[in-house]
Design a protein around this ligand. Structure first.
Ligand code: AMP
Length: 510
């Protein structure tokens, strides 16, 4: 089964249901979406000259066209390369070159900036979805349904966020994506006709992946007119669309909680917040559940096993907040249905139950490998299992606890310190709004712990307060040797803190 065949099935099952909505204006049924998809697929193949297996770059903010472009590319047997639209053209040029893409769909000022970039211009034909060609393409004949059914064909080339170095292209097949969608439906939430998913996080990442189970089940994709995350717009959409869920990074959830509390509003249509992509701290989980009720689920995944390794359902998380079950709240939950998780030592051997090691993942959701990079593939997929690079343990209840990415662990005086543990403690201080802990080179200890702190408005928190607070909760050697106060933390387009950026700043702020 491939994604195009599955969409065909949805068109047959839900022809008159709303497939796509944008604000109050655009609403397309599955039947209408199907027409547009067939025409675009024909245009890709006949007019743009793309062949099965070719990579199609997509550099767009979230918009209704995004959904039809993904589906049309699959109908035309292409592999999509959705790229974060907030990246610099230099970074996009690198990805386009690596992917060997020749065509790119973009829009407005984004398209203009790409066309202005010499390296992109030399390699890519950038097509603006707001211009005549795209609009004319929608009147093309239909590409016949029923191309190759090869489920091992590439569906999505997903460039990793590159927080620790040059981005790599993760090869996701149709079979991977179908399995990701099935795990979503069995473990995150069931979806029925009329249920909505609001895409405020980039469709180039998690939100795009979550679009698939929604169209498989006749749900509605809701695209905000702003093309991204805006609290006022989102809350209004969550009043218009009932039974609406969204994928959000933890930082977006914090902003939603703040908006709800400051304006004393709660959206009537919110069904669930599906949160992941970065550590979701216990204090933030509690605040979200207190604000919105038991509607917060957590997911742990990575590009190499997209959005699908472990999860805590909204019911479980709500019950854990009520019961004060900090073990569950501090974990990333249980393995998803078709995922097998184990923990291994540095040599890949299983550790004793409860011990820390690298999180290893097996299952049909694991990527086919890295594009054009057999060396990285060989060191990441060993004996068919994915080495995630995350450090964690499985406790006696079967809950997976993540510490950090192995590259983020701080080794001070020969002892491992996991930044996340220190961050969780600092976030409990009432004067701390955000925190990120990193290691800095230290002549005596090898590395020392440095905490970047964003204070809450009007909080006069100082080093001595934070020191006393840390000493009341964690071992002395884990306490930061230095606190650096900043107005905000550098984050990438999907809300992950850029720890390398912080490390570069340490020398400068000494
Ligand atoms: P990416 O491949 O860019 O999506 O990054 C994936 C990485 O983000 C994972 O390997 C984890 O280190 C981290 N991550 C994702 N989800 C979670 C989560 N729920 N809690 C903690 N870390 C997470």
């Amino acid at each position: 089964m491939n994604l195009s065949q599955l969409f065909q099935r949805s068109v047959q099952m839900y022809p008159d249901c709303t497939a796509v909505a944008c604000g109050e204006q655009v609403r397309r049924t599955y039947r209408q979406l199907h027409q547009r998809v067939g025409a675009l697929a024909h245009w890709f193949r006949q007019d743009l000259g793309l062949q099965p297996g070719d990579r199609l770059l997509i550099v767009l903010k979230n918009c209704p066209e995004y959904i039809e472009i993904l589906l049309a590319a699959w109908r035309a047997e292409l592999c999509v390369v959705p790229v974060n639209s907030k990246l610099h053209p230099n970074e996009i040029a690198e990805m386009a070159e690596d992917a060997g893409a020749r065509k790119c769909l973009s829009h407005g000022s984004l398209a203009a900036a790409l066309r202005d970039h010499p390296a992109i211009r030399a390699q890519l034909d950038v097509i603006d979805t707001g211009e005549g060609d795209y609009l004319k393409a929608l009147a093309s004949p239909q590409l016949p349904v029923g191309g190759s059914c090869d489920e091992n064909a590439l569906a999505w080339l997903f460039f990793t966020s590159g927080t620790t170095g040059r981005s790599k292209g993760v090869m996701i097949t149709h079979a991977n994506m179908v399995n990701v969608a099935l795990n979503f439906l069995s473990d995150m939430q069931p979806v029925s006709q009329g249920d909505a998913i609001v895409h405020v996080a980039p469709l180039s990442h998690g939100s795009g992946i979550y679009s698939i189970p929604y169209w498989i089940k006749g749900g509605t994709q809701v695209l905000p007119e702003s093309g991204g995350f805006d609290e006022v717009e989102l809350f209004s959409l969550l009043d218009t669309h009932q039974r609406a869920s969204l994928f959000a990074a933890p930082t977006m959830v914090q902003r939603m909680v703040r908006h709800a509390s400051e304006n004393n509003v709660r959206p009537s249509g919110l069904r669930a917040l599906l949160v992941g992509g970065a550590p979701f701290y216990i204090e933030d989980i509690k605040a979200a559940v207190q604000c919105f009720g038991p509607k917060i689920a957590q997911v742990y995944g990575q590009g190499e096993s997209p959005m699908t390794i472990s999860r805590i359902s909204a019911e479980q998380l709500g019950a854990a907040v009520n019961a004060g079950d900090s073990e569950l709240l501090g974990s990333v939950g249980f393995a998803m249905t078709s995922v097998q998780i184990s923990i291994a030592d540095g040599d890949g051997r299983p550790v004793t139950a409860g011990e820390l090691g690298e999180v290893i993942v097996r299952g049909p959701v694991v990527m086919a490998g890295y594009w054009n990079n057999p060396q990285a593939t060989a060191s990441t997929i060993v004996d068919g299992a994915l080495r995630t690079g995350d450090i964690g343990l499985i406790d006696e209840r079967g809950l997976l606890h993540l510490r950090d990415r192995s590259k983020d662990v701080i080794i001070s005086g020969g002892t491992n310190i996991y930044p996340r543990e220190v961050e969780e403690v600092l976030l409990k201080h009432p004067g701390v709004a955000e925190v990120s802990v990193v290691g800095a080179p230290d002549p005596e200890w090898g590395e020392s712990v440095v905490a970047f702190i964003v204070r809450r408005p009007n909080a006069a928190v100082e080093d001595a307060d934070l020191d006393a607070h840390c000493l009341s909760a964690i071992a002395r050697f884990k306490r930061p040797k230095r606190y650096i106060y900043v107005s905000d933390l550098p984050k990438n387009g999907i809300g992950k803190v850029l720890k390398r950026e912080l490390q570069k700043r340490i020398g400068k702020s000494a």
